[in-house]
Design a protein around this ligand. Structure first.
Ligand code: V07
Length: 255
């Protein structure tokens, strides 16, 4: 019975798809794409089949975000902790950026998308890095959606590196400690001049941030869904944004 009520509610939600208000679209949406392995396992298939289907969801979601007028879409593709997975799985994952770009880059260029990368490039295999660098270079002149892939990204490492840089600048006399502001710290992070996410989506029912954009998510609205990432569609994105639009953002103050 509860299940039936829930599915009815979901239907109600998806009928709101056409009711997004165009003047309150989140500028930056960040997504933790979770549940690929579980989705595959539930179907009796190997985890890599989940990743493969997750890649299709990346494509769908990027196009949907572009159509909706979102300016920045950040997608958590690989974390600094993911290296502890079995070597076969890591090797497979590291081939996905190339595979994705081989199939999709042409259309992304056509749609004016800017591909970006956020993470610690030094540990990535050179084949992965060069494919991404090529995509970033080829789309650098575009001015549409910024499609920002977090790859070998970890937020504590990002913050640690930026603190180190600031420390060196103080030591070198470029900066006084009192010049260090929240804005300056933001600029030193891997997101640089990008706005903070307005909305974070995490799929697959886990209610954690998992070391993702800890500084940048300070005032973001959070949306958790039970949907496994390979099943994520434009309707789910619209549902999340419709809910976002019903909220009053306070940024720590009063409304
Ligand atoms: C990956 C598919 C999506 C679900 C999460 C894990 C598996 C797209 C990319 C990608 C990355 C960079 C780029 C173009 C595409 C990707 C990894 C894993 C490592 F420039 N999906 N996807 N990269 N998965």
């Amino acid at each position: 019975m509860i299940k039936r009520v829930r599915s009815w509610l979901n239907q109600e939600n998806s009928q709101q798809t056409h009711q997004l208000s165009p003047d309150n679209i989140p500028e930056h949406v960040a997504i933790i794409m979770d549940g690929n392995g579980r989705w595959a396992k539930r179907r009796g298939m190997p985890r890599i089949v989940g990743h493969q289907n997750g890649m299709k969801a990346v494509k769908r979601t990027a196009i949907a975000a572009n159509d909706l007028g979102i300016k920045v879409l950040t997608m958590y593709a690989f974390s600094t902790e993911n290296w502890t997975r079995p070597k076969d799985e890591v090797d497979f994952l590291m081939k996905l950026p190339q595979e994705f770009l081989a199939i999709e880059l042409e259309e992304l260029i056509e749609k004016n998308v800017q591909v970006r990368m956020m993470g610690h490039p030094e540990d990535l295999p050179s084949h992965t890095l060069s494919a991404m660098e090529e995509a970033v270079a080829k789309t650098a002149g575009n001015n549409g959606l910024i499609l920002n892939f977090a790859l070998n990204y970890g937020s504590r490492k990002e913050i640690t590196e930026s603190v180190k840089t600031l420390g060196q600048e103080v030591r070198d006399g470029i900066l006084r400690p009192e010049d260090i502001t929240e804005e300056l710290i933001s600029q030193r992070l891997l997101t640089g001049e990008l706005p903070d996410p307005d909305l974070l989506i995490r799929t697959s029912g886990e209610l954690r941030l998992s070391n993702f954009m800890l500084w940048q998510l300070a005032y973001s609205e959070l949306w958790f869904t039970d949907v496994y990432w390979p099943e994520f569609t434009k309707d789910h994105l619209v549902e999340a944004i419709a809910n976002y639009q019903q909220r009053t953002r306070r940024y720590g103050g009063l409304s």
